[in-house]
Design a binder for this molecule. Structure first.
Ligand code: ADP
Ligand code: MG
Ligand code: ZN
Length: 602
């Protein structure tokens, strides 16, 4: 591979050198005698400094007595002697000069034509040469149609299952693929149909790409990866030829893994996007299907693909014999997060007191990628503080950074505003603390972060997959606690609660239309989710219910919100003293957490 590169490089170099030399020659030959005005020729002639003039058409080539040659031009069509005598050169003076008239030679004009075409010829030749190279070899130049699949082999740091944590089921399922890649004969001897395609599904950052590499690493086979979005970027027809090339390369290196990352970029429902039904994506997708169908029983190539939008994939991709295996990589649970923390804490010195379990507990909803960046942030913070190891404080700060962006100590907030924010957050915290269905409050702060002016951080006890209606109702009250506190203390409301209200409304609506938690409407779901496929995003809901039901839904949502609001107001009214205390303390210290917070609530 590399010797080929050197050879090609040399050829290019030689071509360039020849081209430069040619240019230099052609142009220097015709222009090296300096060119002078005819008047200065006349002057030279008057002074007797000229020995010879060669006339060729209108071009003059003058040889001085000193031996120097210059060139000049006379007026087109005029006679040289006439021109010179007009400039004061007498016949006498001309006698000393030998004037030679050449009919402009054929050769000369050919040379002129050639020299003006030569650059074009050279460039054309170079292009042809490069095209030939691109077609015949692995050269990168001009290789539009070649796949950009990168082959990873022994040189690459091998990732194994050990580097992927918290996805036990996925590992078990993929173990089978690993075994097949290791010993294909064992399976084919028993007539087992080998899995061709494995689709990995899961939210971004939860280790799909990592897992695919780990499978290749476990089985110690080559790994060809390409991203679906790369297919889309070029001319029509190129994507399909890239796929063909990728699979050819893979078959030559089997057993191996072909990994198509972000397959949703090419694998959407055909005919659903913009740009008609014959767009580039579709051709690319078709080619992938053709290649997968074309595998013989002894083609030991396994195609893995990753997506976070399995719902928009073309059904043809999911048919038996194609991506018929699905492996779900979900967001890690607490134990998973602990394991991922352990993996990424390798090689980072942690202080004695650090307990990663606590961090794992605080990071519900974090993906593997979030956790990786959390530890990185913590390391940066520790380095900035000139510490020898990462301590708990760094980790805590890093958690919050990843959640809400860096702390903004500089934003200017007036005292009035601070007072309102403090009461608002105290309201949230108090209501959440009083209601059993709310997660315990872990931290309250009026230091603004990212977009939020203040925040109250609940700490979920454990990951929950089922939630009761009573829990939702308490959560609604907690969300409305901020606004309720503002009303109670200031008899006025601010815009600060708009995000709370939005979240509360959304939750209430879901309770009614998705979870069937309204007694009035019963255990039904309402509305069909609709999305624009080419945006890949939900844009609205298709109504499948009547006006009356719509009204009933609105009423139920309103009732839920109102009740929650009442609850929050009632609780805060009862504990108004406490609310004021917490708010005051917040204005003083800005952030309350841990024992201090518990003491406030006690
Ligand atoms: P995806 O392809 O699902 O979007 P990636 O595989 O690119 O996610 O993950 C990004 C990074 O996050 C990985 O390089 C890895 O460092 C980290 N990561 C994600 N999930 C895990 C996991 N389960 N175990 C260890 N690290 C993980
Ligand atoms: Mg990825
Ligand atoms: Zn709020």
């Amino acid at each position: 591979m590399s010797s080929r590169w050197i050879r090609n490089g040399l050829i290019y170099l030689i071509i360039v050198v020849i081209a430069v030399a040619l240019f230099y020659n052609v142009y220097s030959a015709s222009s090296s005698p300096s060119s002078v005005f005819i008047s200065s020729v006349a002057e030279d002639a008057r002074e007797g400094r000229i020995s010879k003039i060669v006339v060729s058409g209108d071009d003059l080539r003058i040889t001085r007595t000193s031996g120097v040659e210059v060139v000049s031009r006379k007026e087109p069509g005029a006679d040289l002697t006439e021109v010179l005598s007009n400039l004061g050169v007498t016949q006498e003076m001309l006698n000393g000069i030998s004037i030679e008239v050449q009919t402009p030679s054929e050769w000369g004009s050919w040379l002129a034509i050639l020299s003006s075409f030569l650059p074009l010829l050279l460039i054309g030749g170079l292009l042809l040469f490069m095209m030939r190279q691109a077609q015949s070899g692995n050269s990168q130049a001009m290789s539009f149609g070649k796949s950009r699949a990168r082959m990873l082999d022994g040189d690459q740091p091998t990732v194994t299952f050990e580097d992927v944590a918290g996805v036990v089921e996925a590992k078990q399922e993929l173990q089978e693929v690993v075994e097949f890649l290791e010993e294909p004969e064992k399976f084919s001897a028993l007539g087992a149909r080998i899995p061709k395609g494995v689709l990995m599904v899961g939210p971004p950052g939860c280790g799909k790409t990592l897992m695919a590499r780990a499978v290749a690493g476990e089985a110690e086979v080559p790994f060809f990866s390409i991203s679906g979005s790369e297919f889309v970027e070029m001319f029509v027809g190129v994507g399909a030829s890239r796929v063909r090339d990728l699979f050819e390369q893979a078959k030559r290196n089997s057993p191996c893994i072909v990994f198509v990352d972000e397959i949703d970029a090419v694998g959407r429902h055909r005919g659903a996007g913009l740009g008609g039904s014959h767009d580039e994506r579709e051709q690319t997708l078709n080619q992938i299907l053709v290649e997968m169908d074309g595998f013989d029983t002894d083609t030991n190539v396994i195609v893995m693909a990753a997506t976070n939008r399995p719902d928009i994939l073309d059904p043809a991709l999911l048919r038996p014999g194609r991506f018929d295996r699905r492996v779900v990589l979900d967001l890690p649970d607490m134990n998973g997060r602990k394991a991922i923390l352990d993996i990424h804490a390798r090689g980072k010195p942690l202080a004695e007191e650090v307990d990663l379990k606590v961090i794992a507990k605080q990071t519900a909803g974090f993906s593997g990628a979030d956790i990786e960046s959390l530890l990185n942030e913590a390391a940066i913070l520790a380095a900035r503080g000139d510490k020898k190891s990462i301590d708990m404080e760094d980790l805590q700060e890093a958690v919050e950074r990843v959640i809400a962006g860096p702390e903004r100590k500089s934003r200017i907030i007036s005292d009035d505003e601070r007072e309102i924010i403090a009461h608002h957050e105290a309201g949230h915290a108090l209501v959440m603390n009083l209601l059993p269905g709310c997660d315990p409050v872990h931290k309250v702060s009026i230091v603004s972060r990212g977009m939020a002016l203040g925040y109250t951080m609940p700490l979920p006890e454990d990951d929950r997959y089922l939630k009761q209606r009573s829990k939702f109702e308490d959560e609604l009250a907690g969300l409305l606690g901020g606004r309720a506190a503002e009303e109670l203390i200031f008899n006025d409301v601010t815009t600060g609660a708009s995000n709370d209200l939005e979240r509360a409304t959304l939750l209430a609506r879901k309770m009614v239309t998705e979870y069937g938690m309204s007694e009035k409407l019963g255990p039904l779901t309402f509305g069909r989710k609709q999305e624009l496929v080419f945006l890949g995003r939900e844009i609205g809901e298709q109504r499948n219910y009547s006006e009356e039901v719509a009204r009933a839904i609105d009423e139920e949502v309103r009732r839920l919100i109102n009740e929650a609001h009442e609850t929050a107001l009632r609780l805060l009214r009862e504990k108004k003293d406490k609310l004021v205390d917490v708010a005051k303390k917040l204005m003083e210290v800005e952030t309350l957490e841990g024992p201090d917070l518990e003491a406030m609530f006690a």
